[in-house]
Design a protein around this ligand. Structure first.
Ligand SMILES: [Zn+2]
Length: 268
């Protein structure tokens, strides 16, 4: 398989044209004609992931987060990002990003998150595209049986990969939960959509004190704040399955390296 073959499959599943205008998706390093046998999938393009890729002999790393989101005038190995670029090019490893185009895809990042935290049945976007009701940001779904916020949170924590702080909950643990919204990554821009959708709980990452406090005070859905990395990690399996289902003959591996920014939690 060539890099072009693999990218063709990824771009059919995650069309770059659907990425947000501020985003930077697609090929970062690599020659379209190079051969690809092993594909490592990871959330973050960081040194630990590059090391894992080199150790395993990956030819391509597919990541969710862009390495460079804004313009740069240098890739010198004097910064962590420049060093990463040097390592990858020197060792012939391609790097490819599917970010907001993977968020809005069907199946996309939030579908995988929804399944990981135990939602079943049909999932619909929390903020659908005006021209496509089955694609868009976030997902709404239901747990297999009506439950409580406390039970749902415990189930969600179990379904997500382990991180330093786990998950945080805002709301009465006995509150009934029948309808749930989720959004992988930083989802505070979807708080309004979650309130309008009249879900019982909204699970996302990177929520801040004031918006979260005001949201719960105003009688909105309960909130669950998980680690950013953990909410996007379940998507990696889904992307690997898409590669396999397409018939491209590559070996895939989902990185188990925890690259969440927060590495320790302490309680007073
Ligand atoms: Zn993210």
């Amino acid at each position: 398989m060539t890099l072009t073959d693999v990218i063709g499959v990824l771009e059919a599943a995650y069309p770059p044209a659907r990425a947000e205008s501020w985003d930077a998706v697609g090929l970062v390093t690599g020659d379209p004609d190079q051969e690809v046998r092993r594909v490592l999938l990871a959330v973050d393009p960081v040194a630990a992931v590059a090391e894992e890729a080199l150790e395993w002999g990956a030819d391509l790393i597919v990541v969710h987060h862009p390495l460079y989101l804004r313009g740069t005038t240098s890739v010198a190995a004097t910064t962590p990002k420049g060093r990463l670029i040097h390592t990858l090019i020197r060792r012939g490893v391609a790097l490819y990003t599917a970010h907001t185009n993977a968020d809005v895809a069907n199946p996309g990042v939030s579908d995988a998150l929804a399944r990981a935290v135990g939602l079943t049945g049909d999932l619909v976007p929390l903020r659908p595209f005006p021209d496509d009701p089955w694609r868009g940001l976030g997902r709404i779904g239901e747990p297999a049986e009506p439950t409580t916020l406390g039970e749902f949170a415990a189930r969600a924590a179990e379904g997500l990969p382990r991180t330093a702080w786990g998950i945080r909950v805002a709301g009465d643990p006995s509150r009934p939960v029948r309808r749930v919204a989720v959004s992988g990554g930083a989802g505070d821009s979807l708080l309004g959509a979650a309130a309008e959708a009249a879900v019982d709980v909204f699970l996302t990452a990177d929520l801040r004190h004031h918006p979260a406090s005001e949201f719960v005070e105003s009688g909105g859905p309960a909130l669950i704040d998980a680690a950013h990395w953990a909410t996007e990690w379940p998507w990696l399996d889904s992307a690997a399955s898409i590669l396999h289902a397409s018939g491209v003959t590559v070996e895939t591996r989902v990185s188990a390296t925890v690259t969440d920014a927060w590495t320790r939690g302490y309680r007073s």
